[in-house]
Design a protein around this ligand. Structure first.
Ligand SMILES: Cc1cc2nc3c(=O)[nH]c(=O)nc-3n(C[C@H](O)[C@H](O)[C@H](O)COP(=O)(O)O)c2cc1C
Length: 198
């Protein structure tokens, strides 16, 4: 049985365009794999703590010496990594906030990027440890920034995913959502979703 993981990060929840485009892609996935499971990680409804000293201390403390609080932090990080490792494909519903990703999505990345777990350094440089799998990024934004030097959302996401081993990334853009282009842009994104093979 296949598993699809959707990571949602819009503060508008299911009303967000990134989540709604994700829902269209999920329907397509379910049609292709009727027996599949869909796991949803909503980073806004279920907030992940910012990566701070307590988190890094928990990760760096030997398992046997961890406090209950530290065990809970490491368990959350392990769960997030295992969700990705267990999935056959990922949907990342990612709005652009202030030229970058929502802080909730950044917090998720900070929690899954773990030396020795999802990447390692070798004499030839860093190597991602996650098994590659299809990743669909649903990139929504109010303005038009595709391929412009001002986009710190999609290039950054692709960079960190590749760093962790996930290089089979397809980006579906919905741009100009606060502009006159909104409806045409959403229709185009839906057409792209309809045309991709999952
Ligand atoms: C806090 C915040 C910051 C935003 N910053 C940008 C931005 O820098 N550039 C942009 O084009 N749109 C920006 N937007 C607009 C969103 O990207 C746009 O509304 C998009 O549809 C949000 O995706 P969603 O519908 O999935 O929430 C911002 C929206 C919010 C709420």
């Amino acid at each position: 049985m296949k598993t699809l993981l959707q990571v949602k990060s819009s503060i508008f929840g299911d009303q967000g365009q990134s989540a709604q485009l994700g829902a269209v892609l999920i329907e397509k996935w379910k049609a292709a794999y009727p027996e599949s499971a869909v796991v949803v990680r909503d980073l806004v409804a279920d907030t992940i703590p910012h990566f701070d000293m307590s988190v890094i201390s928990a990760l760096m403390t030997d398992e046997a010496d961890r406090t209950d609080e530290q065990r809970a932090v490491v368990a959350l990080s392990d769960d997030l990594v295992n969700e990705i490792a267990s999935a056959d494909a990922l949907i990342i519903s990612a709005p652009m906030y202030n030229f970058a990703v929502p802080s909730q999505l950044k917090a998720w990345v900070d929690m899954i990027a773990r030396n020795g777990v999802t990447f390692k350094y070798t004499e030839n440089g860093p190597v991602g440890l996650l098994a590659d799998k299809p990743v669909y990024i649903l990139a929504t934004r109010g303005g038009m920034y595709k391929d412009a030097g001002l986009d710190h959302q999609v290039p950054w996401l692709k960079q960190i995913l590749a760093f962790l081993g996930l290089t089979s990334v397809q980006v579906i853009y919905a741009e100009g959502l606060n502009m006159a282009e909104k409806e045409a842009s959403l229709a185009e994104a839906q057409e792209i979703i309809a045309s991709i093979s999952v």
